[in-house]
Design a protein around this ligand. Sequence first.
Ligand SMILES: [Zn+2]
Length: 453
Amino acid sequence: MKLLVHGAQLQCDQGSSPSQLTVLPTNRGAVTGAHVATEQDFVPLTNIAPFGMCRSPSNPQVAAAKAPQPCVPNITVPWTSVSSEIKLNGLPVLNDTSMCKCAWAGTIRPASAGQDPVSIHPWTAPAPSKKAASTAGASTPAGRSKNALVSTSKPASQPPGPQVSKPAAPSAAPKTYFRVKFVDKLATSDPIPDLDAMVKSGNRSALLFRANGIGALWLDEPEVSPGDTVSVTSILDRREGDQNIIVYDEYAASNLPTDTPNNVILIPDKRKIANAIAAAHSIRRRASWGARPPKKRRMDQDWDFTTVVIHHSGNRDLKDAKAIQDMHMDPSGPDNFDDIGYQYLIANDGTIFEGRFLAYKGSNVQMANTGKIGILLMGDFQPDWSDGFGMFTDKPTPAQIQSTIDLVGTLKRFFPLNALGGHRDYKHGTECPGDVLYVQMGSLRAATGLGGP
Ligand SMILES: [Zn+2]
C-alpha cells in the first residue's frame, strides 16, 4: 500500500485536468520527510486545488451555461477508503485507494499517472525520484548493527520534503529537523506505532513526545536547532493507556544526528507478540474477565523467558481468574502481589486466561521469578485433608493438559524456552502443583520438547 503525501497528483472524473494535493506541515512525523495526508485533508483550495474545467451537470454553473465552467471544488465530507490501521495525529491516513466526493458529483482519486507516493514497506531514504528511492532502499535498517540504533548514511544534500512533483512552493531555506523511526526488531518492515519517548534535543530539557501511527517521531524548529544532536532517553509503550505499560529504556539512544531521515531504533514489539500468542489460542484477555490494573504503573519488566513453571490452585481450589487475582493482590493477604502472579491460567475445559501481562516479571516462584512463565492449571491436585485425603482430589482434565501443551508450543516460537517443571522444582517446601499433576511433568516435557529443571 502506498501513502498519499504532499504533492500527490489527483484526478476528478468531472474535471478537465489533474490537480495537486496540498498537505500542511502540521501533518508532520511522516515517512521520509514528506507530509502524509489524512482523511481531514479535503478542504477545497487549501488541500485540493481546482481540476481545470468542470463538466458535471450537477454543477449549477455548468447547468446554466450548458458548457464546462471553471472548477471550484465543493467538498464537504472527508476522504473515504482510508487506512484505518495507520493513523497520524489520531486520523486515518490516505492511500492510493482513497477517494473523495465533490458535491457536484465529481469523484476525486489519486491519479494513476504522475503520482509518486511513499511506500512504508520497506522504509526507504528520501530521494528525488522513484528510481533513486529504490536504490536507497537497499540500505534498509535490517540487521545493520547489534546496537539498537541503526544510523544509515546521510543522503547526499537531499533536504526533507515532498519527493513528488514538487509544487511551486515557496523556496524557503530548509529547516532543521529531527526524525527517528521505531521499528520492530523482529520484523524490520513493521514500524511500532504510537510509542512515547522522552527526547532531549541540544541543551533543552527532555520532553515527552508521541511517535505517530507509522512509528516516526518528528521534531522541527524550534524544538531542534541547527547543529543539535538529539537523545532519546526513555521509551514507553502506552498503547493500552495506563494498562500494561511496556518500558523499553534499554533501547534509548544518545546523540542522534538532526537533518537526516535515517535514525532508526529497533525494538522487539512485545505487545505484538503478546497479542499474537493470545490470538493463537483465543485466550481470554484481562479486560474480558474484569482484571484490575496492576498496583504499579511501571511493573518490573521481564522477557527472554527460558522456563515454564506449572502450578495448581491448591486448597482453596479457586477456578476463577478474578478471584485468584483478588487473592494475590489482597494487601492483608499472604501474597500482596502487584498483580495476579501467573502469566496464564487454564480452566478445566481448556480455556486459557491471560494473567499478568507477558512483558512483566511474574510472581509465582518466590525470589526466582526472572525468566519464568507461570502457568496455573485450575484445580486442587494435592491429596490432603482439604479433599478428604484424596477422595475428592481433582485430576487435570485432558483439555487442560492439551491447552498447556499447545500454549507452550506457541511460547516456544517466541522465547528461548528450555525447561519445564512444577512449582516444587523451583521452590522447596511447596506441594504445588500437587502430586496428581506433578507426576505428569515428564509427559509434559516430552510433549513440548523441553528439558527438566
Ligand atoms: Zn505454585
